[in-house]
Design a protein around this ligand. Structure first.
Ligand code: FAD
Length: 427
């Protein structure tokens, strides 16, 4: 059994590879490292720890992939919010270049794991394109492309005609293609990582929600919601957008924002050949960005911001229908087969965060909505750091947990930010 909570309905839940057979924790358990959270971050950390010979247990409150990892857009996108020169400004020239190379290569970590562990997940590496929504955005996108090119990345500018041809839409200006990117079926990938964890010797439990972290000498004691306790020398928290109150202040160090998606029925042959040629995936340059791709069944999947609360009806997804119609008027009347959403964790500085708020406790949080490559790679780097004790193994420093000021007002803050971005996106 895979835990008591079924996956929320989605295209991915309907078409994924079967879940691995795992149980909920049945009795008290002692381990060296316990990882909390069964998404890309937790699974990658656990896998790489186990491969380094470290006794590792992973617990997930629901099913493996129940969080954002099983519901994402499946676009494997290199980099982070900052361009290479932005990373130099942030970290200094050498560390900035090192960070740019590391973050630019995050898709390699995904596709290497897929290959090494024979993960069946519709993996395709046809590239990610970023079309510009305005002339100003076009200049910035082409400059971004130039900076990556200067680092030797496999990227290229696309003029407006090339972009229109590739997308099958004249809705955008020029932009660029990053051939390091690609796509996966995200729930199948997550389940594949779980199988790799099992094969590497990780003790894996679903339906096992940790309710507290209690330091007890050189050990941690972790009670669970259904009874059995876990004793571990080290704890790694990978709960991201689903972070609760296990550690004081952590939930308030991020904004947990909803992202929603819709998927059409498989497109008819007349549209099929023209939309997203060659299997590229796309997200645009808007602050309130739209992202879209096809699946192997031929559906068109469009994602964007979500409502602040969990969706309650199809009406909560209407803005995505409008985006679809704006980009692809020719597909606007295609019935919508699936609607779903999930939560991402945004940090105030838009960087992924590694914290060590107490001896033997590590936290990996803050995927910024680009977590497939990022959280997979961060998990690997964090595991290397835990093994070696060398923080230089990671492209970001270990930092203290800082609560976002006036976090309880985040609902208003997010609404104000959305309104501001809507205006910005007009230029
Ligand atoms: C709709 C949507 C579309 C997205 N599209 C893309 C995309 O196309 N490309 C991309 O790169 N990124 C995308 N993202 C972002 C990406 O999905 C996330 O960055 C990534 O999944 C985060 O992985 P994670 O392992 O850190 O967290 P999660 O996958 O969210 O996992 C956290 C887990 O922790 C568990 N948990 C929480 N508390 C406890 C507890 N007390 N005990 C036990 N378990 C607990 C939760 O149940 C959850 O399963 C998207 C996200 C969403 C929501």
């Amino acid at each position: 059994m895979t835990g008591p909570t079924p996956m929320p309905p989605s295209l991915w839940a309907a078409t994924a590879e079967p879940a691995p057979e795992i149980d909920r924790l049945a009795s008290d358990h002692t381990t060296d490292v316990v990882v909390i959270g069964g998404g890309y971050a937790g699974l990658s950390t656990a896998l790489h720890l186990a491969e380094a010979g470290i006794q590792t247990t992973l617990v997930e409150a629901h099913q493996i992939g129940w969080g954002a990892s099983g519901r994402s857009g499946g676009q494997v996108i290199p980099g982070i919010k900052y361009d290479p020169e932005g990373m130099r400004e942030l970290f200094g020239t050498d560390a900035g270049d090192k960070a740019a190379h590391a973050f630019g290569a995050t898709p390699d970590h995904v596709f290497d794991l897929v290959e090494r562990h024979y993960i069946t997940c519709e993996a395709t590496r046809a590239g990610w394109v970023q079309p510009a929504h305005s002339k100003l955005a076009e200049r910035k996108a082409l400059e971004r492309c130039r900076q990556w090119q200067a680092l030797g990345a496999d990227v290229a500018p696309l003029d407006a005609d090339q972009m229109a041809d590739l997308l099958g839409s004249p809705a955008y200006h020029a932009g660029w293609i990053d051939r390091r990117g690609g796509s996966i079926q995200p729930l199948s990938y997550t389940r594949g990582l779980a199988r790799a964890c099992l094969a590497a010797g990780v003790s894996l439990y679903g339906g096992t929600a940790v309710t507290a972290l209690r330091a007890d000498g050189a050990r941690w004691q972790l009670p669970t919601a259904h009874g059995p306790g876990i004793r571990a020398r080290r704890v790694v928290l990978c709960t991201n957008g689903y972070t609760g109150d296990l550690w004081p202040g952590l939930r308030k160090s991020i904004v947990a924002a909803n992202s929603f998606q819709i998927a059409t029925v498989p497109l008819p042959a007349t549209l099929d050949a023209t939309i997203l040629k060659g299997g590229v995936v796309a997200s645009d340059t808007r602050k309130l960005l739209a992202y879209w791709r096809r699946d192997q069944g031929g559906r068109l999947i469009v994602g964007g911001r979500g409502t602040f609360n969990e969706p309650s009806s199809a009406a909560d997804f209407n803005h995505l229908n409008r985006i679809l119609a704006r980009i692809y008027p020719q597909a606007a009347d295609q019935p919508i087969e699936y609607r779903w959403g999930g939560r991402v964790a945004i940090t105030q500085d838009f960087l992924p965060h590694v914290h060590q708020p107490a001896d033997g406790l590590s936290v990996l949080i803050g995927c910024q909505g680009r977590g497939i490559g990022l959280q997979t790679a961060m998990g690997r780097w964090l595991a290397a750091y835990l093994e070696s004790g060398q923080a230089s193994d990671m492209p970001v420093p270990v930092t203290a947990v800082h609560q976002i000021p006036m976090h309880s007002l985040r609902r208003f803050y997010v609404s104000a930010m959305l309104a501001y971005y809507k205006v910005r996106d007009l230029v």
